[in-house]
Design a protein around this ligand. Structure first.
Ligand code: DGJ
Length: 460
């Protein structure tokens, strides 16, 4: 019996050890399976693309890192030896130079009339060339006026429409020491088949000259217009930031048209979900649901909410995102099921550091994945190449690559603000947060590459 008992006890102990080992092995198996799943998921999302990217010559060209070495000039005028002793030489930064209208470096940030992009003259045999910051002429030979804008690709006419603030008026201060502004003139619209040659389609939503109580009275603010097409109603719907000259109205306006080139009928403005709305954008998802994204609560956070089916209103659903991060100028896009957004900080017309954010669901949680700007130099990277995000457009023919559209504001002469269009690529591991899911970083890196000149191959 004793033996039996001992034997039994041994068997129980062995069985216990066996089941622990089995448990450990099953756990290891599960982890391996999960890891495999994670690899497959990761591959599905970015792996193939990275392979494609590294092999495609155009990708390699777009991802080239170009440096800028700009020498800050010594202060003008001679200083007496006594003054030099009293006050050490004032050092200026590139940002000071950028903000100084009299800077000797002005031509670097705002190249003169002599170096315009004129699509009627400058096309290469097989490429279109982009020069961020240069004056860009439309097909009539006039500078394009589409600031704070966005692009709609109209499937019906296979044409791109670029809408933006038409700012071709004098800049003045809203109040003494107030913000620089231009009266509302309206929303400019340009059409293009190739994203390079733009035909002026005129002002598709015009300011009100006389009715002072109207949202669009010239003394008010109309910024960041964006247009999407509603398949169900067959209408083109425009959303825009509507404000008074002191930015206290903080509202969003809607307009509608039967045609992409207008005219748009203004339907009115509101504070969406009852909250302040300043910088904003709209985003139409693959399933046809559209969303409004706006800076709110004194710009301390962004709000996101779906639009009604006709895209003319918001619904009651709203989520607060990037709470406490003080971001504006949102530009949202989607790549392989993940939502991405580029935003800026809040410094008026002065440039600041862009951040990229990513989310699995459009409602969040949104994670900040770092500064997307690569190349130029440190100051270029800290100032979004002296510009501010407005829109991200998929680059036709090269999946995973986008055009990052930004405004280089010229507060001294807002009509002479410039466009900074650069290649944006989603690939590789994100810089932050340094979170790993089974050995793989959770997010892909969003990279915007600085180029003085870059090109898109013409597609036959
Ligand atoms: C920054 C915003 O992004 C612009 O659209 C504009 O509202 C300026 N502020 C005004 O200072």
């Amino acid at each position: 019996m004793g033996l039996y008992l001992r034997a039994h006890a041994l068997t129980v102990a062995q069985a216990g050890r066996c089941s622990t080992t089995a448990l450990i092995w099953s756990l290891v198996g599960c982890l391996l399976l999960l890891n495999l799943f994670s690899i497959v998921r990761h591959k599905g999302k970015g792996g193939e693309f990275q392979l494609l990217a590294s092999h495609h010559p155009q990708f390699r060209e777009l991802q080239q890192v170009e440096e800028e070495n700009i020498q800050i000039p010594p202060p003008r005028g001679k200083r007496s030896p006594r003054a030099a002793k009293r006050r050490p030489k004032r050092t200026t930064t590139l940002i000071d130079e950028f903000l100084n209208e009299d800077s000797q470096l002005r031509h670097i940030f705002f190249p003169s009339q002599k170096s315009v992009i004129d699509p009627s003259k400058d096309a290469g045999n097989d490429s279109y060339y982009y020069y961020p910051g240069r004056i860009w002429l439309d097909t009539d030979g006039n500078p394009i006026q589409a600031h704070g804008g966005g692009i709609l690709y109209d499937e019906l006419s296979r044409t791109y429409y670029w809408y933006g603030e038409y700012k071709d008026g004098p800049t003045y201060l809203a109040q003494k020491n107030g913000l620089a502004r231009v009266d509302i003139i309206g929303v400019g619209c340009y059409s293009s088949k190739d994203l390079w040659t733009w035909k002026n389609e005129g002002i598709v939503l015009a300011a009100q000259e006389t009715n002072e109580t109207h949202d669009l009275h010239k003394s008010n603010v109309l910024e960041r217009p964006k247009v999407i097409y509603n398949e169900k109603t067959g209408k083109y719907v425009m959303w825009m930031h509507i404000d008074d000259a002191n930015y206290t109205k903080a509202s969003v306006g809607v307009a509608i048209s039967d045609n992409p080139d207008g005219p748009f009928d203004y339907l009115g403005s509101q504070r969406p979900h009852g909250y302040e709305s300043r910088d904003m954008t709209i985003f139409k998802d693959e399933d046809g649901v559209a969303y409004l994204i706006y800076s709110s609560e004194d710009n301390s956070e962004l709000h996101i909410g779906p639009l009604t089916e006709d895209y003319l209103n918001v619904t009651s659903v709203m989520r607060r995102i990037l709470v406490g991060q003080r971001r504006e100028a949102p530009a949202l896009f989607k790549h392989r099921g993940t939502y991405y957004m580029i935003t800026s900080g809040c410094t008026g017309w002065a440039p600041n550091e862009a951040l990229a954010h990513a989310a699995e669901s459009i409602f969040g949680p949104w994670e900040t994945v770092g500064n997307p700007c690569i190349g130029g130099n440190k100051v270029f990277q800290q100032t979004t190449f002296f510009a501010q995000s407005t829109f991200v457009l998929p680059l036709p023919g090269l999946p995973g690559s986008f055009i990052f559209m930004a405004d280089r504001w010229n507060p001294a002469d807002l009509r002479n603000s410039r466009y900074v269009w650069l290649p944006l690529i989603v690939a590789g591991p994100a810089d932050q947060p340094l979170e790993f899911s089974f050995g793989f970083p959770s997010w892909s890196r969003v990279s915007i590459y600085w180029h003085r000149k870059w090109r898109i191959s013409k597609v036959e």
